[in-house]
Design a protein around this ligand. Structure first.
Ligand SMILES: Cc1ncc(COP(=O)(O)O)c(C=O)c1O
Length: 388
């Protein structure tokens, strides 16, 4: 069977080799600290689970939903007003099966073959996949340490920005953990207007942000509503990653276009999941705040701990990820991850899997409690990999 040329646009799964070795080490009874995948280990709030259970008991809720419930769209609008102080209307909202799916498909409604899109490097891999599925050409703008891992508009030539169809920006950022500084979004809106670009803002981590920075919506910025859309995910705030609850919010023409594409291939979000989403959006949010403090304690345990053993890893200010330059002048992130797993039992993700500028770094996900992170750090210390 000759598969499509399209499939050749995607590389092979980088985690396969790591996973295989992890399974072998576990089978040998080794202690493993898995800090590789960004799936939260916190509990889903009880009221969200209960809404899903109650809705699943109603037979009618097992039919094709075909649409987003009006109460769900209104719940998103009310949440935006209450949480972000942003006014949006239901025609500016649609559900997606996770931001991952939405970002994966959006390129197809915005681009034709050969169009240019601006993506961060390093960045979350589905940004690239969405462009490639559409046949578009990614142009990677740098997230560099000397610019605090924030987009550097001066690094994008005018003619590239002029021909690009859209630019993806996601803050707090995965994998680099950077957050917006005051004035950043104003600059982004001005850049988009100057080059007639659509901004696709990926808002997955507005509730995981530390050190006095504030998680916001892109639409907090004047003028953003004219030039942008935002993927708003409940996955990490409410620990519902498996339920796939996210929304595209913003320009009604873009929302309508993605709805049109998805209506060809999708019969709507499972109704019990829609009721769970309503419960999350309209229910109490204290747990979200406590959890943010818990993530910060994990960040302190990891970054502080690694610095104490001689690995100079700066604090990330947001997201659930720590971005660490390889110690001891090493440059091969995959080789280092294998060695770290072998010698310390700690699993992290090679930076190279997030783009060429990710090489020379690894990403740790803050998915274990501080005590276990402290054990992982001690194990790294004993391995001799940092000082050796
Ligand atoms: C930066 C970023 N965007 C989007 C997502 C996907 O979120 P969802 O669960 O809504 O697909 C993730 C998940 O890890 C992420 O890290």
């Amino acid at each position: 069977m000759k598969f499509s040329n399209r499939l050749n646009r995607f590389g092979d799964e980088v985690f396969a080799a790591l996973n295989e070795r992890k399974m072998q080490l576990l089978a040998e009874g080794r202690t493993i600290y898995n800090l590789s995948i960004g799936t939260p280990d916190f509990e889903t709030p009880a009221h969200i689970k209960q809404a899903l259970i109650d809705a699943a008991a109603v037979q009618d809720n097992w039919k094709y939903s075909l649409r987003d419930l009006p109460e769900l769209l209104q719940a998103v609008c009310d949440y935006y007003a209450d949480r972000f102080g942003v006014t949006i209307t239901p025609d500016q909202v649609m559900s997606v099966n996770g931001s991952q799916e939405g970002i994966g498909h959006l390129g197809m409604v915005l681009c034709d073959e050969g169009d240019t899109v601006l993506l961060p490097d390093p960045g979350y891999p589905v940004f690239t996949a969405g462009a490639l599925m559409a046949g578009a050409q990614p142009w990677y703008y740098p997230l560099a340490p000397e610019k605090d891992f924030l987009p550097d508009f001066d690094a994008i030539p005018d003619e590239v920005a002029d021909r690009a169809k859209y630019m993806v920006v996601g803050l707090p950022a995965n994998p680099v953990g950077s957050v917006a500084k005051p004035g950043f979004y104003e600059e982004l809106v001005a850049f988009a207007k100057a080059h007639d670009l659509l901004i696709v803002h990926d808002n997955a981590y507005s509730d995981i942000i530390f050190d006095g920075f504030e998680g916001r919506s892109f639409f907090n910025t004047p003028g953003a509503a004219d030039i942008g859309v935002e993927f708003f995910s409940l996955s990490k705030s409410f620990n519902v990653t498996g339920a796939r609850i996210s929304f595209l919010v913003g320009r009604p023409d873009v929302v309508a276009a993605l709805k049109k594409l998805r209506s060809q291939i999708d019969f709507g979000m499972f109704l019990p999941v829609q009721y769970a989403a309503i419960a999350a959006l309209t229910g109490p949010r204290e747990s979200v705040k406590t959890q943010c403090a818990d993530y910060q304690a994990r960040r302190d345990a990891l970054c502080g701990g690694l610095r104490a053993i001689g690995w100079d890893v700066p604090n990330n200010h947001g997201s659930m990820f720590v971005w660490a330059k390889l110690p001891g002048g090493r440059t091969d992130s995959m080789a280092f991850c294998m060695e770290l797993m072998e010698k310390a039992g700690v699993i992290c993700t090679p930076g190279a899997s997030f783009g060429p500028r990710g090489e020379g770094y690894v990403r740790f996900a803050l998915v274990l409690p501080p005590e276990r992170i402290a054990e992982a750090v001690a194990s790294i210390g004993k391995s001799g990999l940092v000082t050796g």
